[in-house]
Design a protein around this ligand. Structure first.
Ligand SMILES: [Zn+2]
Length: 85
């Protein structure tokens, strides 16, 4: 619910957002933090600042260009192996 909507409906309570600050922070953490998809790194990163790449319909996030390069190759390599089973 947006603040604008809450003001129109006379439901806006500034204290509510203050009390919910910790919950909102936790929600941001749960929805945005991912592990680097390079299997040798797996650093916890914020997906809003990560390098995003879609590999064969898989959403991948990487912490750096090096991880993106090796991680992409590694994921494709694993997928190629899986096709031959
Ligand atoms: Zn990484």
């Amino acid at each position: 619910m947006t603040i604008y909507y809450e003001i129109i409906r006379n439901r806006y309570l500034p204290e509510h957002r203050l009390h919910m600050n910790e919950v909102f922070g936790e929600l941001l953490y749960v929805t945005n933090m991912v592990f680097c998809n390079n299997e040798n790194c797996e650093l916890e990163i914020d997906k809003r600042n990560a390098i995003y790449k879609q590999i064969v319909c898989i959403d991948c996030y990487f912490c750096s260009d090096n991880c993106q390069s090796y991680g992409s190759w590694s994921i494709r390599y694993d997928l190629r192996k899986r096709k031959n089973i």
